[in-house]
Design a protein around this ligand. Structure first.
Ligand SMILES: [Zn+2]
Length: 663
């Protein structure tokens, strides 16, 4: 591992102590093999003048909710050293009291809550303190003979402490040791907390950071040396390559089973790089014993699910085991409420690692942790011996940790759902994709427009260039959605064209054929390919975009009217066929939506003139005299895909302001 220190870059953070603290904290955060997603913490001790001009010794500690990789000055909480030192002297202290007293001792009450390791940072007699959960330290210490390995690796350069609960208990443990030992006099460069992580310290930012890198590098080298000649986990090459159709269907089944246990739709990501497949296939029991560092259990639970041939039974077994683990460890304490019994990641033999999350971001965080866990445990193999489950349980059900997870915003209506929308580069299709994304869905948008990837990026969605009349590209796009997100729950079959107005006697055959192909047959083809996955969807829903024109046709629009009429019939048949699977199929009939590319100001002007109306009158020529916008359709489709329409199928919903030819 290399030091990332750079003089020029360091100077941009300021030469004061806090500026340097921000810089080297970010350097730690930049390396995922040191800290992942909010893990680790750092501090600096600064003598300042308070508001009244009195000198005050402060310990600036990483505030909770901040990530080392992106931390700013205001991410550090200024806590009075005197209060922290007094707390260290107390024989016991509850977590709630510790959090309260830390906040009371802050000179800026608006700063974030100080890390739960603030007392420990304060008692270490150096200006700068760096703490990480480095993979190499976990690999070194999470084994039967972890303590012995640390001594072999570092000799007397570090202090080795057995695992105790982080927070006050850990601070107290170190405080007692420091009463007897002088870290400076003994030239101790770091503290290794078995099965937890590493602390380094110094009076300047660079030395404390570079000591950290040096010690982690020593651990890496020791492990590498020891693993010489150990054959890597076996990898069956016949399993290589993209997952097959059967695998994708099974992935969707797995996601559905896990979502049911979690109580909400989950995004699922299949990680199937060769080493990930090898790990999932061959690691065996070692892969289920516990996390790299107790912190991870908050996001990943203690262990992953192991998926066998019977997917539902495998998820059920995980849930049963989790309930048993909860009962074993919660004892009689009434204040524990069991968390959901769903796995956060799974080892799927022959297929890879699958991570789950409420959103793509959450699933990616779990994927990162799972990937680092796999790489680290692979190095240790059968000797892997993480913390016993009672210690993990204490962290998983620690009120302070639980609070971290509860801070997020409330769930959106389509959170965790995957939506496939066709024809969404502009107009109604785009508005639908946008509404679904705003409500939390992970949208995959298909369109023939080559700009669709960029257009979808604007709303946090994935765009794929697809000609919906071709078979293979549609199949590939569906496979992509399932592979990347675990399944498909919402399908909005929207793509369509409006050919030029010609009466039957002069209409070109090609116009008719093309309209039927795009407005009707491509929808039927999409259904044939997507329905097997939608059957594994969560609260699944299919919505077609029809047209008011179906019930109120006009001259010169035979191809369009017929295609929309047939599409409506396709929707009704699909509703009949899919009702037993609890999949609802509905159609929305928009009318006179003018805020689309089709309607230039000029075209609007001409059409209005044909009716002898102003543009304003023309735009609102419906019973309610209201203008219908793309977003109105987007919001309606989003509602139709939501639980509001849970018991509605085969329905035709007009969004047209009311029409006297139809009512
Ligand atoms: Zn820690």
């Amino acid at each position: 591992m290399q030091s990332l220190w750079n003089d020029t870059e360091a100077a941009t953070f300021g030469t004061d102590l806090l500026g340097q603290r921000v810089y080297t904290s970010r350097l730690l955060g930049r390396n995922p093999a040191l800290v992942l997603h909010g893990g680790g913490n750092t501090s600096v001790k600064i003598l300042e003048k308070d508001f009244f001009g009195e000198p005050v010794d402060l310990c600036y500690v990483k505030g909770s909710g901040w990530d080392l990789a992106t931390i700013e000055r205001e991410g550090f909480s200024p806590v009075r050293m005197s209060a922290l030192m007094k707390m260290a002297e107390l024989p016991t202290m509850s977590d709630a009291d510790m959090v309260l007293q830390q906040r009371a001792a802050m000179t800026n009450p608006n700063a974030p809550a100080a890390s739960i390791e603030a007392i420990l940072h304060a008692i270490l007699p150096f200006k700068f303190v760096d703490h990480s959960h480095a993979n190499a330290i976990s690999a070194l210490t999470c084994s039967m003979d972890g303590g012995k390995r640390v001594v072999e690796c570092f000799g007397k350069r570090v202090l080795v402490l057995p695992y105790v609960m982080p927070g006050f208990v850990l601070a107290k443990q170190v405080h007692e040791v420091l009463k007897k030992r002088d870290l400076r006099a003994e030239n101790i460069e770091g503290i290794v907390l078995l099965k937890h992580g590493l602390f380094t310290f110094a009076d300047d930012a660079r030395t404390s950071y570079e000591k950290h890198i040096e010690l982690v590098t020593m651990a890496e080298a020791w492990l590498q040396n020891r693993n010489k000649g150990v054959s890597p986990l076996s990898y069956d090459e016949s399993r290589a390559g993209r997952p097959c159709y059967e695998d994708l269907l099974n992935l969707a089944k797995l996601r559905r089973a896990v979502s049911a246990k979690r109580g909400f739709a989950q995004i699922a990501r299949l990680l199937d790089e060769p080493d990930q497949v090898a790990y999932a296939t061959s690691i065996g029991t070692a892969g289920t014993l516990g996390p790299l560092t107790p912190d991870h259990s908050i996001r990943t639970k203690r262990s992953p699910a192991v998926i066998g041939d019977d997917i539902a039974a495998s998820v059920q077994k995980f849930a049963d085991d989790y309930v048993a683990y909860f009962k074993r460890n919660s004892g009689q304490a009434a204040h524990y409420t069991m968390l959901d019994p769903a796995p956060r990641f799974a080892l799927w033999a022959g297929k890879g690692i699958v991570s789950f999350g409420d959103s793509l971001k959450d699933a990616n965080i779990v994927a990162d942790i799972a990937t680092h866990t796999a790489a680290t445990i692979s190095q240790v193999g059968d000797a892997w011996s993480p913390l016993p489950e009672k210690d993990i349980f204490e962290i998983e059900y620690w009120e302070l940790e639980q609070a971290k997870l509860c801070k997020g915003p409330s769930r959106k209506v389509h959170q965790g759902k995957v939506a496939l929308v066709t024809g969404c580069a502009a107009g109604i299709g785009f508005a639908i994709a946008e509404s679904l994304a705003e409500q939390g869905a992970q949208v995959v948008g298909l369109d023939i427009d080559k700009d669709i990837p960029e257009i979808m990026k604007k709303i946090g969605a994935i765009g794929i260039v697809v000609n919906l009349t071709e078979d293979q590209p549609v199949t590939d796009a569906i496979s992509f959605a399932v592979r990347e997100f675990g399944g498909i729950d919402i399908v909005v079959s929207n793509a369509g064209i409006f050919p030029k107005n010609d009466h039957l006697d002069v209409m070109a055959q090609t116009d008719w054929d093309r309209t039927i192909m795009i407005n009707l047959t491509s929808h039927q083809k999409l259904m044939s390919k997507v329905i097997p996955f939608v059957k594994q969807g969560i609260d699944a829903s299919i919505i077609f975009v029809g047209s008011r024109n179906f019930k109120a046709p006009g001259p010169g629009a035979s191809a369009y009217s017929c295609s929309k009429a047939a599409l409506t019939q396709l929707c009704r048949v699909a509703a009949l066929e899919l009702a037993p699977d609890k999949i609802r199929v509905n159609i929305v009939h928009p009318d006179a939506v003018f805020d689309t590319k089709l309607w230039t100001p000029d075209a609007l002007q001409k059409s209005a003139a044909r009716y002898g109306m102003t543009v304003e009158e023309y735009k609102t020529k419906n019973l309610m005299k209201v203008e219908i916008k793309s977003k109105d359709i987007g919001n309606m489709v989003s509602a139709m895909a939501s639980p509001l329409f849970a018991k509605v199928t085969g329905a035709q919903i007009p969004v047209d302001g009311g029409n006297d030819r139809v009512i």
